[in-house]
Design a protein around this ligand. Structure first.
Ligand SMILES: Cc1cc2nc3c(=O)[nH]c(=O)nc-3n(C[C@H](O)[C@H](O)[C@H](O)COP(=O)(O)OP(=O)(O)OC[C@H]3O[C@@H](n4cnc5c(N)ncnc54)[C@H](O)[C@@H]3O)c2cc1C
Length: 326
């Protein structure tokens, strides 16, 4: 591993200044970045530790919503009593990510900014488009865990399952840099067609300071499902978050987010339209699930993900209405 400078700023302003140097990278829990350094995908000249930045480990929940600092670990996201009451699907998504040990280290900011788990991207033997090459090796290779939507330029799926729940809850991401800004989390993710070299809209020198989640509107019913091939510490085949604003049995507004099926968390807008104004029962959930898979472009190795997605969408809608977890 190439040697690097270690910087441990005590304020956000100092962290932004330290990140201004070319080759500097922020380090939070290190679960992803240290792996990438060991895999020789990354060789930063300076690591800027974010762990001492004041206030970034805070969780505040009140009538207007939740504000979660970027350094909050996934373990705390899953366990915080106020967050669990306010946004149970967020706790559900965080609590099912990775393993207990990894969740104790992994932070919210690092989770949202982590790089994809595509095995071609992660291997130094493959110069894929993300690394400046001219090919996506998954298109003709082993694509069993890859994208079934938006996969023409790069078929890597978005790795954050926490993002699936946060996008469904209408979260916004707070960013420090030369200019502080806040953007909708849904538009924070960058599709490969726009820029295949990155997954998030962060400029050099910027860092995530937190995430704001609006208070749940009256009548909100939500559920989250992570469908895995084995019971523990597995990445999802698909994950789905559903947030329905209900008036009795009728759905007034639906938000359905599909994870692990595209290079960014994907809003299933046709499925949302199919539910809005409808009484939500098995037939309506099935109709919405069919709409969610419409337009899928599976690769030769991953067409199994399409029917799995359809079933998981229908089940998650029904679980949301029933007020249970699938
Ligand atoms: C076996 C295994 C299973 C896993 N399963 C899941 C899963 O099911 N769901 C899931 O979501 N994740 C999963 N993960 C991924 C894991 O959750 C992430 O790697 C972790 O959340 C990254 O957080 P971190 O704090 O360690 O980030 P780091 O490794 O420190 O950083 C990750 C990246 O984000 C950047 N970064 C860090 N903090 C900030 C910030 N505040 N602002 C801007 N950039 C920042 C870093 O520069 C780096 O590029 C799994 C990982 C493993 C090893």
């Amino acid at each position: 591993m190439k040697s690097f400078e270690w910087v441990q700023p005590e304020t956000v302003a100092d962290a932004v200044a330290a990140l201004g140097q070319p080759g500097a990278m922020p380090l939070a829990g290190g679960v992803d970045l240290l792996d990438r350094m060991k895999e020789r995908l990354e060789s930063p000249s300076r690591l800027v530790s974010l762990r001492r930045l004041p206030g970034l480990d805070a969780i505040q929940v009140d009538a207007s919503g939740a504000r979660i600092g970027a350094n909050v670990t996934l373990a705390r996201l899953a366990a915080d009593p106020a967050l669990r009451r306010a946004h149970p699907i967020l706790a559900e998504a965080a609590g099912h990510a990775a393993t207990p040990q990894l969740r104790a280290m992994a932070t919210l900011g690092g989770n949202l900014a982590q790089r994809p788990r595509c095995w071609y991207y992660r291997s130094e033997a493959f110069a894929c488009r993300k690394k400046g090459g001219v090919a996506c090796f998954a298109l003709d290779g082993d694509s069993s865990l890859h994208a079934i939507f938006g996969n023409k330029v790069c078929a890597a799926t978005h790795p954050s399952t926490v993002a699936t729940a946060l996008v469904a809850l209408g979260a916004r991401v707070q960013i420090a840099g030369k200019r502080a800004r806040e953007v909708e989390l849904a538009s924070f993710f960058v599709a490969p067609e726009a820029d295949v070299s990155r997954e998030v809209d962060l400029q050099p020198g910027e860092l995530i300071t937190g995430v704001a989640v609006p208070a749940a509107p009256p009548g909100l019913r939500a559920a989250y499902t992570k469908q895995v091939a084995k019971q523990s510490f597995d990445w999802p085949l698909v994950d789905v978050a559903v947030a329905l604003v209900m008036d009795g049995r009728t759905c007034r507004q639906a938000t359905i987010v599909l994870g692990a099926v595209a290079p960014t968390p994907r809003r299933a807008t046709e499925a949302e339209r199919a539910l809005a104004g409808a009484a939500v029962d098995v037939i309506a959930a099935g109709r919405a699930a069919r709409a969610a898979i419409a337009g899928a472009t599976p690769l030769p190795g991953n067409d199994h993900k399409v029917p799995i997605l359809e079933v998981v969408v229908a089940r998650t809608i029904l679980a949301a209405v029933a007020g249970s977890q699938p």
